[in-house]
Design a binder for this molecule. Sequence first.
Ligand SMILES: Nc1ncnc2c1ncn2[C@@H]1O[C@H](COP(=O)(O)OP(=O)(O)OP(=O)(O)O)[C@@H](O)[C@H]1O
Length: 620
Amino acid sequence: MPPTARADRPDSPSVPAGSDLSTLASLRRLLPTVRPALPRLVAGLVAALGASLAALAIPRVLQVLVEGPLAAGAAAGDPAALLWPTLAVLALGLLEAGLILLRRTLVMYPGTRVEAALRTTLFRHLLQLPASFHDRWAGGQLLSRSMTDLGLLRRWLVFGLLQLVVSTITVVVGIAVLVATAGWLGLVYLVGAVPVVVIAYRFSRRYRVIARTSQDQSGDLANTVEESVHGIRVLKAFGRGGDALESFTGQAEQLRRTEIRKAGNQATVTTALHLIPEATLAVCLVLGVWSAAEGQLTVGALAAFFLTAAVINGPVVDLGMTLSMTLNARTAVDRFFEVVETANPLTDPAEPRELGTVRGEVTLRDVTFRHEADEPPVLDGVDLDLPAGTTTALVGLTGSGKSTLAMLLPRLHDVTTGSVRLDGVDVRDLRRHDLRRAVAVAFEEPTLFSTTVRENVLLGVDDSLPAPERERLLHSSLDVARAGFVHDLPQGVDTRIGEEGLSLSGGQRQRLALARAIAARPRVLVLDDPLSALDVTTEEAVTRGLREVLAGTTSLVIAHRPSTVALADRVAVLSDGRISAVGTHRELLARDPHYRYVVASLEEDWVAHEHETDLTQEAR
Ligand SMILES: Nc1ncnc2c1ncn2[C@@H]1O[C@H](COP(=O)(O)OP(=O)(O)OP(=O)(O)O)[C@@H](O)[C@H]1O
C-alpha cells in the first residue's frame, strides 16, 4: 500500500468540536470577523427585503386594478383607466430588479473581505502552532479548510444568509397578507406550512451529518493528491503509481457516493417543498372559488390571494437549497474553528526576559519529553551542556530521539519536564522571535520555498541589514555550503526554484538549506544530519568550510556518518532517552562499547543509504 494517506495521523477529529453547538450558535462565532462588514450586509439585506416587498405589493395593485378601473374601464370601454395601475406594476417590477442589483453590489465586497480575513486568521494560527500539531494534522485537511470551506462560507454570507432571512420574512409577511386578503382562506394556507417546517427540521438533522462527511472526505482527497504529488518520485521508483491511483479512485468514489446522498436528500426535500405548497394552493383554489361563488370573497381578492401565494411559494421551494447552504456553512465554520481554537502551548511568556548579547551557552537539565501524555517518553532525564563556541556531535541509534532533542533548542517542541537554557535563561522565558534569531536549524529534509535562491538563503537574515551586507552574507554562506552551482542556474541567485526546490537535486537542496542556516549567523546552530545527501568529495569540501564557520558558534550536529562526527570537538551519545556518555570521538571509541556499536551500525546504514540513493537516482 503506497503512502497516499497518512495512516498515522487522524485526518480530522472524529467528533467535530462544534457539533454540540446549535447551528445558530456555531455561526455566531463568525460575528467578530463579520462585524466590520455588517453595515453593508445589513444594507444588502434591506435592499433584498425591499425587492421582496415590491414583489409582494404587485398582487395588491392587481387586486385594486381588477376590482376598480379594470371592471369599470372595461365596462365603459375606457382602456385609459388601466394606465396608472399598469405603470404602478411596471414601477414595482423595476424597483424589484433595481433592489436585487443593489443587493448584489452591496454584499459582494464584504463577502470577499470576510473570506480573506478568515483565511489570514487560519494561516496565521497555523504558523503559530507547534510542530506537534502539524505532525497530527494532514496537510490536505488544512488546505480544504482554508480554500473550499471558506469559499462555501463566502457564498453563504453573500447569498444564503440573505436569502434565508429574506425568505423567512417574505413567507411570514406573505401569510399575514393572505390572511388580511382572504381571512380563513389565508389560515388554510398557513396550516399547509406546518408539514414544511417539520420536513425542513428533519432534513437539517440528516443533512448536517452528510455535509460534515462530505467536507471531511474532500479534505482527505486533497490530502491524497498532495501526498502523491509530493511523493511522486518514490511512487514511480517503486512502481506504485497504479496503487496510488487505486487508492485515489477509492476515496474519490467514496466522496462521489456521499455527494449523491447529499443531492438525493436535497432532491427529496425540494420535491416535498414543491408539492406541499402546490397541494395547499390547490385546496385553497377549490375553497376560494367556492367562497367567491358564495359571494364571501371578491374576484379581485381571490386573484390577489393566488398571486401573493405564488410569490410566497418561491422562497418555500428555495428553502431546501437555502437550508443546505446554511448547513454547509455551519460545517465549514465548525471545521475552521477546530483549527483556529486549537490552543497553542508554545506561546511567548507574559514578561519575556531580554537576551542581550548572546554567548551561546546551552544547558539541558533533567529533560523529559513525550509527544502525548499517555505515550512513553522519547527523552527521559537528558542532561547535556553545550559550552559557548563549541561543536558537539549528537550520536545515537536510529529513533533514539536526536531530532526531538534538537527541536527543543529553538522551541519547536517544549520540554515535558526539566529545562533548556540559553545563557542560563530558560528558553520558555524568551520571546520565540528572539530565541529563533539566536538559534538556527538546518534539517535533514531541506524545505525550500517557491521563490528565488536569494530569498531562500536569506530567509533568516535580518531585513534591516544594509543590502551590501546581505549580499555578502548570501555569497559567503553559499560558498561555505559549496553551493556554487547556483551561479550556473539561468538567472543565478535570482532563479526561482520550484515548489519545495524539487527542480534541484537532493544534495543541492541540502546545501541551500545549510547556506540558509549559516547566513542567519546564529549564536547557536543546530544541524540535523546536514550532509546526508552529499557525495564524499562535496561532503569533504563542505566540512572544511563548515569547520571555519563553526569556530566560535555553539553547534549541535546530529551525525549519522563518521565524517560528520569529525566536525565536532566532542561527542554526546544518546541512548535509552538519556545522554549515556560524552567525550571525544577517540575517547569514546576506546571506552564506550555502546558508542562503538552505534558507530558500526551507522557505517552500515550509510552504505545502505548510498545504495538506495543510487537506486532512486537511476529510477529518475
Ligand atoms: N509526532 C510524533 N508522535 C509520536 N512519536 C513520535 C513523533 N515523532 C517522532 N516520534 C518518535 O520519537 C522517537 C524519536 O524520534 P526522532 O526523530 O527524534 O529520532 P532520531 O534519533 O532523530 O531518529 P533518526 O536517527 O532515524 O533520524 C521515535 O521513536 C519516533 O517514532
